[in-house]
Design a protein around this ligand. Structure first.
Ligand code: NAP
Length: 496
């Protein structure tokens, strides 16, 4: 179930949220600890208001009054909290009671007149318990729904939570990984067999890592994919900004595939491969800083991975992991489609920047027979890139490194580069992101193809200037979508 945490200061506002989010949710949790104190006398009545609202139907409701020590907002006395719970509980479907209330019989007296189900919860805001599986079993053994909310600090912690969720099928359980590391437990709640996934409205995050009801329902297709759906991921650090879940989940939806794609914040790739076996994961995209580290775990790689020492796409084939690099073709195909229009045969390409993206760009251009000048702010990095590629598969290529600050003068000193603008200019630095800056210190005569790898925004200052000069322009959006499309073909083929 997708369960909306109601976190407003008034019950009227909570009701408004509930009606607005109803299309996406299956249950709601009233966080009474976050209400204005003057609202507390109406907590029981709130459940009746919800039930009598035709738009809300028989929506299951959880009553929660979370103490500050457990991450809540209750600042009254413990005695008043228990009185509130006991008075209001009978109108709710579930009540959330903290684990320690079960030791002295307090939970039994709060829930004495309650015919719904009790959620027995434990919260760890700094890491995970030593044995999450044992904790879940202990809390669930008397028929309560066992809820463990913990803050994983690594993929290894996430793996422990996933194992706990999957190995406790004999009890009803809720396993919540908070924060970025825990995010997959929210999206994959059904695959983990956990009872609910909690969500918040966009402007009021009830707990670290909540996503919105709409994202969980529509982007991650919570209700459409089954418990045995194929799981795909993007791994990185950071990773939550990635646009890849939007692209790949949209393709899965269009093709009606029983598959879901989730961001996983990865600190160490060794633990990631263990997690990939446990979930299991059928394939994943790799972003910074893991493009090199994953290679040691792969049984087979394509020539681009071998040449660049960087892999951005991994799929499971039987019991083997196979890696490829779609950045190279993702860059090359949009450019190749434009090159056909040039008749002069100029094979000179200037690449601004010498980071990870530039490696794929220079490799593709060298492979296709271009003479390439790499101009970077830090010239030693440009030289290292040229030296690396000059000793591999494209050793035959004509590659040069110059300092960005020396452009355009430096081009005149390179044999064959004296006259006129190069045919292709590729901007591969991060300058231009968020619409600021243009790092290319050249005037255009309109004959150039200008390719900016930056894709947010699609129209960078460089693209605007080049178009105004009459150049053919290519936005980073095209590279992003082409490499994602190539990944997508591999992922769709890997859905069992
Ligand atoms: P990276 O490895 O961190 O490299 C960053 C590059 O930008 C380096 O060459 C760096 O120069 C240069 N740079 C940064 N700030 C600069 C400044 N103020 N002036 C001049 N140069 C500057 O990053 P990356 O992975 O190569 O990514 C670079 C860009 O490409 C990003 O905007 C990324 O979003 C984009 N990209 C797009 C796609 C796509 O599909 N369209 C794919 C990959 C990357 P120094 O070496 O001197 O620091």
């Amino acid at each position: 179930m997708i369960c909306l945490s109601l976190t407003r200061p008034t019950l009227d506002q909570d009701l408004t949220d509930l009606v607005a989010e109803r299309p996406y949710i299956d249950a709601a949790e009233l966080r009474a600890d976050l209400l204005d104190p003057c609202e507390l006398t109406s907590v029981a009545g709130f459940a009746r208001r919800v039930r009598s609202n035709a738009a809300l139907g028989q929506l299951p409701l959880i009553l929660t009054v979370r103490r500050a020590a457990d991450g809540g907002g209750w600042d009254g006395t413990e005695r008043d909290r228990r009185v509130l719970l006991a008075d209001a509980v009978r109108d709710y479907t579930f009540v959330d009671l903290e684990d320690d209330l079960f030791a002295d019989g307090s939970a039994a007296s709060i829930a004495a007149d309650f015919s719904g189900r009790v959620i027995r919860s434990q919260h760890y805001f700094d890491g995970i318990p030593a044995d999450p599986t044992a904790e879940l079993r202990r809390m669930g053994r008397d028929g309560a729904i066992a809820k463990l909310a913990a803050m994983p600090r690594s993929v290894a912690d996430l793996l422990a939570l996933v194992r706990a969720a999957r190995s406790t099928t004999e009890i009803d359980r809720i396993v919540v990984g908070m924060g970025e590391h825990g995010f997959p437990t929210r999206v994959l709640a059904r695959q983990l067999g956990t009872y609910v996934s909690f969500v918040s409205t966009g402007d009021r995050q009830a707990a670290p890592g909540h996503c919105t009801p709409r994202d969980l329902a529509e982007l991650y297709r919570y209700h459409e994919v089954s418990r045995d759906a194929a799981v795909f991921a993007v791994i990185g650090n950071p990773v939550m900004h990635s646009q890849s879940p939007h692209y790949h989940n949209r393709v899965f939806a269009q093709r009606k595939l029983n598959a879901v794609y989730v961001p996983i914040h990865v600190d160490h790739v060794d633990a990631l491969f263990e997690l990939a076996d446990e979930l299991p994961i059928s394939g994943f995209s790799v972003t910074i800083p893991h493009k090199q580290a994953v290679i040691a775990h792969l049984c087979q790689v394509d020539p681009a991975v071998r040449a660049l020492g960087a892999c951005n796409t991994v799929v499971r084939e039987g019991n083997r992991w196979v890696g490829s690099n779609t950045d190279v073709e993702g860059f090359w195909r949009p450019l190749a489609a434009r090159l056909g229009r040039r008749a002069d045969g100029d094979q000179r390409a200037l690449v601004i920047g010498a980071g990870g993206a530039a490696r794929a760009v220079v490799y593709a251009l060298a492979r296709e027979g271009f003479s390439v000048v790499v101009a970077n702010r830090t010239v030693s990095r440009a030289q290292a890139l040229v030296d690396d590629l000059s000793s591999g598969e494209v050793a035959h290529a004509d590659l040069h490194a110059v300092a960005l600050a020396d452009l355009p003068t430096a081009l005149g000193g390179i044999p064959g580069w004296g006259a006129g603008s190069p045919a292709v200019i590729v901007q591969s630095t991060s300058v231009g992101m968020h619409g600021n800056g243009d790092p290319v210190p050249l005037d255009f005569d309109g004959s150039e193809i200008v390719y900016d790898l930056v894709y947010t925004p699609p129209e960078t200052p460089l693209i605007k200037r080049a178009r105004a000069a009459g150049c053919i322009t290519i936005s980073g959006v095209e590279m992003f979508e082409t490499q994602a499309q190539l990944q997508s073909e591999r992922y769709c083929a890997a859905v069992p």
